[in-house]
Design a protein around this ligand. Structure first.
Ligand SMILES: *Cc1c(COP(=O)(O)O)cnc(C)c1O
Length: 394
């Protein structure tokens, strides 16, 4: 049955992904099941999305209740779920104002527009620059692609939006060298995801924050992947107390319902986007907002951050042990339940064998296996994962 569906998919879908040859059908907790009923332990969670695990009853019930009440209104009217979600997001982030989007890339687009408008209102010019980082990933739309530091993703789509400069994460001098009077924003992921799981250092964050404050440049942190509890903090920058001017979030924010948001301080909000400057039809509709509300409620009720703090060191220890045992594994790096195991060779075969053995993993670049499991995993799940991974290594 799976084979037939896959053949049909190959005829109907645009070939922008090399998909693994399984059709997923349902999920429960940390497990996924394909159409043949085969069980997989999931250490990807739909790319750092399904933090609460699959088939969570409270989450499903909240969505069903909202579906029966009201799904969409447009942003010309208020709706209660969006108001509640905005209040909760202010609380968990310490930011002041929220704009809801449908995806991460769309939230990055909004952040770029806000930063440009902020600078435009200061000097009336339209030649402002943004400093982004090599190895970064911010999404596939034209603006988000423009700040994505991987030439392979950008090349065919040039010209993209201009005046983007690329520096190196954790190399403050490389950032400082590019900063000038035209710089309107410095943008990076607090932990780089697709580019290879590189956490920004405390020192780098503090130095960039100080530079931004001194020159009135906006610090924009993309926490689409590393935010929402993944590192043990609602947002990864909270560990360092280095607050951005604009925060970009998505992925686990809706735990499966497509939502994103960019948030800003009052100071930026009062001096950037204003009525008529930006919009979205779906963004923050009652169904999407209901998802955010129940996700944030369940994060508290289920002590998600505590679980990350308790399981992540165990995962790190086990991955470190693998890196020590096998000479083709170079190192482990990451933060919380966002970890990368760095090989000295491509990891595609290992990931395929793991899939055959009932474990879902994903890469980050060709040589790195990425671990972004649901945030509800237990130490026993880590043991099972390590056991299957070790069997799949050679
Ligand atoms: C996934 C991701 C994006 C893009 O989000 P989409 O919802 O796929 O548009 C942007 N930035 C980072 C850091 C991401 O991980």
């Amino acid at each position: 049955m799976m084979k037939q569906y896959i053949e049909e998919a190959e005829k109907a879908l645009l070939h922008t992904y090399n998909r693994y040859q399984i059709v997923l059908d349902r999920g429960d907790g940390v497990h996924l099941y394909d159409l043949d009923g085969k069980e997989y332990l999931d250490f990807v969670s739909g790319i750092a999305v399904f933090a609460l695990g699959y088939n969570n009853k409270a989450y499903n019930d909240a969505l069903k209740a909202q579906i029966d009440k009201l799904i969409h209104t447009s942003n010309y009217y208020y709706n209660v779920p969006a108001i509640e979600a905005a209040k909760k997001m202010k609380k968990i982030s310490g930011m002041d104002r929220v704009f809801f989007t449908n995806s991460g890339a769309e939230a990055v687009e909004g952040a770029i527009k806000a930063a440009r408008k902020y600078a435009y209102l200061k000097d009336g010019c339209t030649d402002h620059e943004i400093i982004a980082m090599d190895h970064s990933f911010h999404g596939r739309t034209m603006g988000a692609l423009s700040v994505t530091g991987n030439p392979k993703y950008r090349a065919a789509f040039e010209p993209l939006i201009g005046n983007i400069r690329f520096a190196q994460l954790n190399d403050f001098e490389s950032v400082k060298a590019l900063a000038n009077d035209k710089t309107c924003a410095i943008l990076f992921e607090t932990v780089q995801g697709e580019g290879g799981i590189y956490p920004a250092s405390k020192e780098f964050m503090e130095q960039v924050r100080a530079l931004c404050t001194e020159k009135d440049i906006l610090l924009v942190l993309d926490e689409i992947q590393c935010g929402m509890g993944r590192t043990g903090y609602m947002y990864a920058w909270q560990k360092y107390g280095v607050k951005p001017d604009i925060l970009v979030t998505a992925k686990a924010l809706g735990c499966g319902v497509p939502v994103g948001a960019f948030l800003m301080t009052e100071q930026v909000a009062a001096n950037s986007l204003t009525s008529g400057d930006h919009g979205t039809t779906y963004g923050g509709n009652p169904l999407a907002a209901a998802a955010i509300n129940i996700v944030l409620d369940l994060f508290e009720e289920n002590h998600i951050l505590e679980n990350v703090h308790s399981v992540a060191p165990y995962l790190e220890e086990k991955l470190d042990a693998l890196a020590e045992t096998y000479d083709f594994i170079e190192t482990r790096r990451g933060a919380g339940l966002m970890q990368g195991l760095v090989f000295n060779r491509p990891v595609g075969d290992v990931i395929s064998r793991a899939l055959e053995n009932g474990l879902i993993l994903i890469n980050a670049g060709t040589d790195i296996i990425r671990f972004v499991p649901p945030l509800i995993i237990t130490k026993e799940d880590v043991d099972t994962m390590i056991e299957i991974l070790e069997r799949s290594l050679v």
